[in-house]
Design a protein around this ligand. Structure first.
Ligand code: AMP
Ligand code: MG
Length: 299
């Protein structure tokens, strides 16, 4: 499968009404893959990931040298879908100076005193860097929509909190992302699509393995009880905010090797498609370099 196919396979076309039950969370995304069988696909995914990690390291260096574009990677998912592991593995070969990760939790009092995009704006990557948002402004149309009481501390002007309210937020997000893209930030958004069954398996693993206990919190189970509401809310958000300028990718997340290979591939391909150049040395600079070389040689 060539790179363009992978991007097309997982990209949400703008204007599509998403039904997550139509999306496979496993490894057999196409008939071709199914026929190959799990072991072959897994081996291919391993090769793709390895190649991508090499290419990504190089692409990121060019991104840095070119200094015109930034890349913002947004990761959203249900608990235990593998956001942290994906970040750890996909970014493992990248120069730490060229990337940054921000994880967003419940907003602080100071953050609640500002507009909902404020804390995310402050954390955007500068030109030349890859910025990762582990959760993002999408929480403000996901967890907050599932639990509307979270709007109370946001102290918004009075008004109904119905359909129009959430549509206005999608509109704000689309406009914000368009602003970023127009100013040279590439926006890539990944929804790691884990099944309810696999989430249960991973939670149990965390509860049964003492080394993984720290990963489990009581609120994980409480949120799992809202699974269906979350799926509906994700469907609304993904449908409303997959745009030409900032598309969503729905990434199968029941197998970590699938998630990592797909995310690495889309990220690397997107950066490689940019017209990135190392700064050109002018004639005057070249002469100055030659002068420095001479001086150093005859020291
Ligand atoms: P974790 O990523 O497991 O550390 O959990 C972070 C928690 O913060 C999750 O339960 C999120 O739903 C919650 N969270 C993140 N952003 C927001 C937000 N804007 N408003 C309310 N809760 C949030
Ligand atoms: Mg958690």
């Amino acid at each position: 499968m060539i790179r363009k196919d992978i991007i097309e396979l997982f990209r949400v076309l703008p204007g599509t009404r998403i039904r997550l039950s139509d999306y496979d969370t496993g490894w057999a995304q196409t008939r071709e893959l199914k026929e190959l069988g799990k072991d072959v696909v897994k081996e291919r995914a391993r090769v793709i990931l390895e190649k991508n990690l090499e290419d990504l390291a190089e692409a990121q260096e060019r991104l840095w040298a070119d200094d015109r574009y930034a890349v913002l990677v947004v990761l959203q998912a249900m608990d235990a879908a593998g956001k942290d592991g994906t970040i750890k593995h996909v970014m493992s070969g990248v120069n730490p100076q060229g990337c940054q990760v921000f994880s967003f939790k419940k907003p602080s009092a100071e953050e609640l005193d500002h507009n909902f995009l404020w804390r995310y704006m402050k954390s955007l990557p500068e030109r030349g860097r890859i910025g990762i948002f582990n959760r993002s402004f999408y929480e403000d149309v996901l967890v907050v929509k599932v639990h509307p009481e979270l709007l109370t501390p946001q102290k918004l002007p009075p008004g109904k909190r119905g359909k129009a309210f959430w549509e206005a937020r999608y509109e704000d997000i689309n406009a914000f992302e368009r602003h970023l893209v127009r100013n040279g930030t590439i926006v890539l958004k990944f929804f790691l699509n884990v099944s309810k069954k696999e989430q249960k398996r991973r939670f149990l693993e965390r509860l049964e393995n003492p080394q993984k206990h720290w990963k489990f919190s009581a609120s994980d189970l409480a949120e799992r009880a809202f699974w269906d509401q979350y799926m509906e809310t994700y469907e609304d958000a993904l449908s409303a905010t997959s745009t030409d300028w900032a598309p969503w990718y729905i990434v199968p997340a029941d197998h970590k090797w699938v998630t990592r290979a797909v995310v690495a591939d889309i990220l690397t391909t997107t950066i490689c498609w940019l017209d990135l150049r190392y700064p050109e040395v002018t004639e005057a600079q070249r002469q100055a370099l030659e002068h420095a070389r001479q001086q150093l040689t005859h020291e």
